[in-house]
Design a protein around this ligand. Structure first.
Ligand code: SF4
Length: 307
């Protein structure tokens, strides 16, 4: 049976919490197919130092090494027994078939990497947009893959279980330019958003939590420029941020959370500084101008009041 070892760096444990909500397969079903060697929240028989000793003695083999949280070598910030998380990664890096960065902190550094007093904090292979994470840019595990990033704050459990299942079945997982599985991260939250018609007709929401209106122009929605299948693989199988009336905050991207205000779309003379991916500013201005002039009257009233 293949094995999985889960370690944590600077983390809020959110990706573990998310994984506990996995359905299809459920959390316990995954670990009927893979032997969980160690997880900081679930393991009680042996501590990580004992496991590392056994790995070094080749008594335990690791197929999947999962890293949750940002990496630092500074033991003042994070320590596991006598080791920093960086030291653990150094020991294990050539002993795993696959290394998976679970969540945005392990993928890109996220909030811990913004600490001004510790420049040593980074993702496993990236620090934000740069390939300047803990491992060098050309690092690959013995399976030939770089660190596979499954970002998100937190990641959706199905993104993790689908990737692991594909690898277990020997399927090739194609990665995008930020080493995220393309099958998942080629979509945008904008794809499948129930507010798309409002976006097309430029009917904008002014407040959070309403059923009507697009959240882009006034409330900072990053759905049209973020790579994540949040409106394709729904959260808890029923919802997503935009379906609940909350703008996408772009938490699967390399530049999260480097924004001043998550709930504002920066504009110059009324034109958003960033327009949807693939669209020129000129095209955006033309199309929005036409949509606003023609108006879709059905979308101007509350949904409950439509016939
Ligand atoms: S709410 Fe966001 S994701 Fe949905 S249509 Fe508007 S911009 Fe796109």
């Amino acid at each position: 049976m293949k094995t999985l070892l889960w370690i944590q760096g600077l983390s809020c444990n959110g990706n573990t919490q998310s994984l506990l909500n996995a359905e299809n397969p459920f959390f316990y079903e995954i670990f009927q197919k893979i032997k969980l060697i160690y997880h900081p929240s679930f393991s009680y028989r042996e501590n990580l130092q004992t496991i590392i000793k056994k790995v070094k003695e080749e008594k335990i083999k690791i197929n999947f090494l999962v890293v949750e949280g940002a990496v630092t070598s500074d033991k003042r910030f994070h320590k596991i027994g006598d080791y920093s998380v960086a030291q653990i990664l150094e020991i294990l890096k050539d002993r795993a078939d696959y290394i998976i960065a679970a969540g945005n902190c392990a993928s890109f550094g996220n909030i811990p990497a913004t600490f001004p007093h510790n420049t040593d904090v980074k993702g496993v292979q990236y620090k934000f947009v740069q390939k300047e994470g803990f491992f060098p840019p050309d690092f690959k595990t013995r399976s030939g893959y770089p660190v596979i990033n499954i970002p998100g704050c937190p990641m959706h459990p199905a993104w993790f279980t689908q990737t692991i299942t594909a690898l277990l079945e020997g399927k090739k997982v194609i990665l995008d330019q930020f080493n995220r599985p393309k099958e998942l991260f080629m979509y945008l939250p904008h794809d499948g958003c129930t507010r798309n018609e409002y976006f097309e007709w430029k009917v904008e929401s002014e407040e959070f939590g309403h059923k009507e209106g697009c959240l882009f122009y006034n409330l900072g929605c990053r759905g049209p420029m973020t790579h994540a299948p949040c409106n394709k693989i729904l959260w808890n199988r029923i919802s997503s941020k935009t379906r609940a009336g909350m703008p996408c905050i772009g938490c699967t991207e390399f530049n999260f959370p480097l924004r001043e205000n998550f709930f504002e779309t920066k504009k110059n003379m009324g034109i958003p500084e960033e327009v949807p991916l693939g669209v020129s500013k000129r095209a955006y201005i033309t199309i929005t101008g036409v949509a606003k002039t023609l108006k879709n009257k059905r979308l101007m009233v509350k949904l409950e009041e439509t016939d």
